[in-house]
Design a protein around this ligand. Structure first.
Ligand code: SF4
Ligand code: SF4
Length: 323
């Protein structure tokens, strides 16, 4: 494909040397934008579709340079706590193409999360990592939701696949089927999230409002999972983020196992809730509502694994994967 005809998209990170999201050693590419908003998301900077200011108050000298630089009037010094901090009106930031605020900030307090890149430039960037992938390694698209940028995802995956790079993607399932269709022939592995078999709310033990991954339109997610299981010839591994009190009950695990059986596939990777992403919520001015949620113990995970195994599903816990 001619490079000039390749589309562009928005990503927020590229990380090398990953051994958890596909076979071998891999480069992960994090796409901006997600159609769900899970309260426990460890990459909250991937939820917005737009590049956005990441503000680290501990580095701020409050000189106001960014406020003066922002032509949209999106920054104010609304001091709402003892140390004071800037307030960003993020609906204005979503329209910003220049990010003059970050350019004006010399202290490193303000950076922009996310940038536009063409599929050709992204390919050139990841191609440099080939040497360390070794046999079996490659790239994994994650985010955010890669299939919210279907043209960009397709153009990038096709280039990788045509150049013998192993391709894997992680998806939340909540996109129109057409967003998957064109890319499927160029993918080797899919990790498909099954967060819950029902549209449920998190328990109201956390401060309201608890945004849930929530009330996801489960029928769309399950329809996509069924269809991918049928039409995708590569390896499909379902994933369940184990969130105590939300989806770890016996009824949900059992329903998840029955669903996987019904698709004709038989693998799931359970991933325990963790709080490693909590600091990022401060950077984007959001509240981390799942702070008090307990992290599942190894015994809890073992019990869930046993339940899947008893229903004929191969269950891998955390990074204890077959790859
Ligand atoms: S990203 Fe743009 S709109 Fe938002 S604060 Fe910075 S300069 Fe203003
Ligand atoms: S320019 Fe940087 S250091 Fe100055 S007020 Fe803005 S964020 Fe703080």
């Amino acid at each position: 494909m001619e490079q000039s005809k390749l589309s562009s998209g928005i990503i927020f990170d590229i990380q090398g040397f990953s051994v958890h999201d596909g076979p071998g050693c891999r480069t992960l590419i994090f796409f901006k934008g997600c159609s769900l908003e899970c309260s426990w998301c460890s990459n909250p900077e991937g939820i917005s579709f737009f590049p956005e200011p990441l503000y680290r108050v501990s580095k701020c000298t409050f000189d106001g340079l960014c406020m003066n630089a922002c032509s949209k009037g999106a920054i104010s010094s609304g001091c709402n706590n003892e140390v004071g901090q800037l307030h960003f009106d993020r609906k204005f930031c979503a329209q910003c193409l220049t990010h003059d605020c970050a350019k004006a900030c010399w202290s490193g307090a303000l950076n922009i999360g996310g940038y536009e890149i063409s599929a050709g430039d992204l390919y050139a960037r990841i191609n440099r990592d080939r040497q360390y992938w070794g046999r079996g390694g490659g790239i994994t698209l994650t985010g955010g939701e890669p299939f919210m940028q279907p043209e960009f995802t397709f153009d990038f995956l096709k280039q990788c696949y045509d150049n013998y790079i192993h391709t894997a993607v992680e998806t939340c399932g909540n996109v129109p089927w057409e967003n998957y269709e064109k890319s499927l022939p160029y993918i080797d592995w899919i990790f498909f999230d099954l967060k819950s078999m029902t549209s449920v709310q998190l328990p109201s033990t956390s401060p309201p409002p608890v945004r849930l991954s929530a009330c996801p339109p489960v029928p769309l997610i399950l329809d996509n999972a069924r269809r991918i299981a049928q039409e995708f010839p590569g390896r499909l591994i379902f994933r369940l983020p184990v969130v105590p009190g939300f989806n770890d009950d016996t009824a949900n695990i059992s329903a998840t196992a029955r669903f996987i059986q019904s698709t004709g596939r038989n693998e799931i990777n359970i991933l325990p809730l963790h709080h490693l992403g909590r600091e990022k919520y401060n950077l984007i001015g959001k509240t981390y509502y799942t702070e008090d949620f307990i992290i599942p113990s190894p015994e809890d995970l073992h019990e869930i694994k046993q339940q899947f195994s008893s229903q004929g599903i191969k269950c891998y816990t955390g990074s204890e994967t077959p790859f």
